[in-house]
Ligand binder design. Sequence first.
Ligand code: ARG
Length: 458
Amino acid sequence: MALWGGRFESGPDALFKALNDSLRFDYRLALHDIEGSVGWAKAIHRAGVLTAGELGTLLGALGDLKAEIAKQPELPAASNDEDIHSYVERRLIEKVGVLGKKLHTGRSRNDQVATDLRLWTRAEIDERRGELRECRRSLIELGRREKETVFPGYTHLQRAQPVLLAHWCLAYVEMMERDDARLGDARARVNVCPLGSGALAGTAYPIDRALLADGLGFDSPTRNSLDGVSDRDFVIETLAACSLAGVHLSRLGEDLIIYGSQEFGFFEFDDKVSSGSSLMPQKKNPDAAELLRGKSGRVVGALVSLLTTVKGLPLAYNKDLQEDKEPLFDAMDHLSLCLRVVPKILDTLKVRREVCERAAAGGYSNATDLADYLVGKGVPFREAHEQVGRAVRSAMAKGVALESLPLDALREHCPRVDADVTGRISLESGMARREIAGATGPNSVSVALDEARSRLGR
Ligand code: ARG
């Protein structure tokens, strides 16, 4: 049953219907459509459109329908309705007869769909934020398990300076806290109620929109009906926050993949999050981490898709806006999957501590510490840098570490070096000298872990 038959002589062409109908994907909004309809029924009752008895009957039927849909989350195969709003209205009329036809008084599918989608997005944002918390918890736990593990820090993917593995964990915690905050910011602008905007000009019935909004858990009603039915910036903003979260997961995935490769050998993934090769019997592949990296593409794609859809649309509602749902649903589904897999990867991750430590000690990553040591002896930093550079070159030629160069050989390049240098260029001393807020010194990291844990609230 179409909601608009009266003006038409013929029904829709089958191909047009295939193009136009959205039920196959917007059935996902069913429960939110019912929730919005409950709010609307109460609002038009307050406005004098429905008697108390009629309201009671409608609410009872909406409640029954909700229970039925909750039991059957997949779209019933035979449904041929145009969209979820038509579906719910048809089912309601089947239940209560002609009274069901009163519910749409003063309402348009334009304000209805904008409301449904805000309700849906709000709930999903809350879920993603919960999932992000679990990722942070896993990272913090990994940091605590590996509190002492020294790890090579990289720039340009070249060994740079040693850091604690926990410091690396906390870097991702920071990113995820900002992802959480961005979703929270987006939520504030999602949580505004367009219902009562009608098709575009506002409803002609004396609806108390503030009460309606409040009843649906919104912070306030939208302020302009043209805007309320036609902007999807709340979806775009949510997808932007999701995209950044996806990009952060992608970087985490990439770090895990590299560090888990045989060339690095720092990490080993549990069998539960790895897969094998159909051809090469020896293979164990980091597919989970690769998909953290790979899935981010489609989330960013959803953002770009919707930006492109909204760009250039005249006010107010246009059917193009129906294209908002699939990218949003897809991005949310896949981001959710990734976020839920992260703890599975991290909680079972095997860290090869000795390999990490050996790598951290290699690659002349204590060269900066030697330069700092010389600065302490009164050598200007730029000169110290030059001297240490030459010392590194000669150590490399001999195939030894800086600390293995005999004192005399070191003095050839760095004349101010004394016997006390040994204690100043070890891994431990390099770490211990970085006890400043935000740095990798063991005490700073330990404090940072505690703080991150208390921000998590447990
Ligand atoms: N299925 C539509 C959508 O998702 C609902 C709104 C339809 N409004 C209209 N005037 N045809 O946008």
